[in-house]
Design a protein around this ligand. Structure first.
Ligand code: HSE
Length: 343
């Protein structure tokens, strides 16, 4: 089987993904799967399309030396996202550009177009699943294509697929976790004595923060992830506005210090629960946790989720929630899952 990938977005995540793709080339061949990258399109870094496949080393060297792929020697240069989807021979589109949780655009239009053109779609962009998951799932079903978005929550640490597969009949009632790496990183550094602005700057330098980091520190990134998890795993269709949201922006060194004196630690906790009358209660807010609470020991940019189930009790997963390889790996696993579904 031949999979021809078009990648929209060639930032930290897109580049992490193509590195993994190159490293896994032999293994993919051994499985009998012909997976090639045919197009890359990025609004800032340029775009190139070659129906026979692109050389990943050449792309990465161009990025290293010229910060743009516009000088790629052998292909069609300059397709925007829409043309890349419409006019390339790709049969799978990966959308890994910056998330916009207000409009979802342009990723939402790209996702619709890819699906309508019978192309499978993998998203790490949170906009489309936050704003239109049910619509996109139905569209994908109607067009007989696969839609995956594991990387939108906890990057490659399996959260959505774990919930949808292994925990699907576990009597899942809800979840509670640390879903934003940037704010957890900032809280950790503040506890080590750094001030808020310096800690935020480091989170940006490490590539964890959103394009506009207010989405991280005001809780909106975690709020979006609550919507994605709730609508994926709790058989719901809630909107962003239904998730109460408070961030960590106002938090001072004094707040951190007074919690420490009480034997506690602040964490930005994201949660959702289906209560007895069937409604969903969902929120993102800072909470002071006792140090022996499992989520209190999750430090730095690490994420964690505790799923509350009937048959298993609590199931907790902890792992990276952002970054080049962790999110690139989510794309890779989504593609493997699609191959296994369609072959
Ligand atoms: N800005 C996000 C975070 C990136 O800090 O968790 C991953 O969604």
């Amino acid at each position: 089987m031949e999979l021809r990938i078009a990648l929209i977005g060639f930032g930290v995540v897109g580049q992490g993904f193509v590195r993994i793709l190159a490293q896994q080339e032999e293994w993919l061949k051994e499985q009998g799967w012909d997976v090639k990258l045919v197009a890359v399109s990025d609004i800032q870094k340029g775009s190139v399309y070659n129906p026979d496949g692109l050389n990943i080393d050449t792309l990465l060297n161009l990025m290293l030396n010229e910060k743009t792929i516009a000088g790629y020697p052998d292909g069609v240069i300059g397709f925007d996202g829409t043309k890349t989807i419409s006019e390339s021979n790709a049969n799978l589109v990966v959308e890994a550009s910056w998330s916009n949780l207000e409009t979802g655009e342009p990723a939402l239009s790209y996702a619709r177009r890819a699906i309508e053109m019978s192309k499978h779609i993998v998203l790490t962009n949170k906009g489309p699943p936050v704003l239109a998951l049910c619509e996109l799932k139905k569209l994908a079903q109607d067009n007989s294509v696969e839609l995956r978005y594991e990387g939108t929550v906890l990057s490659g640490t399996p959260a959505i697929n774990l919930g949808q597969l292994n925990l699907s009949q576990s009597g899942l009632r809800g979840f509670r976790g640390i879903l934003n790496g940037t704010s957890n990183f900032i809280l950790t550094l503040m506890e080590e004595g750094q001030d808020y602005d310096a800690a935020l700057k480091r989170a940006q330098d490490e590539g964890y923060a959103e394009a506009d980091p207010t989405a991280d520190v005001d809780g909106h990134d975690a709020q979006g992830k609550v919507v994605i998890l709730t609508n994926s795993l709790l058989n719901a269709d809630i909107r962003l506005s239904e998730v109460h949201c408070e961030g960590i922006r106002g938090m001072s060194k004094d707040d951190i210090e007074s919690a420490r004196k009480e034997g506690k630690r602040w964490k930005l906790i994201a949660s959702a629960e289906r209560i007895d009358d069937g409604t969903i209660i969902a929120s993102v807010k800072p909470e002071k946790l006792s140090l022996n609470h499992p989520l209190a020991s999750v430090m730095g940019a690490t994420n964690s989720i505790t799923f509350s189930t009937e048959y298993l009790g609590d199931v907790t997963i902890t792992g990276p929630g952002a970054g080049a390889f962790p999110t690139g790996y989510a794309i890779f696993t989504d593609i493997l899952d699609i191959i296994r579904c369609i072959k």
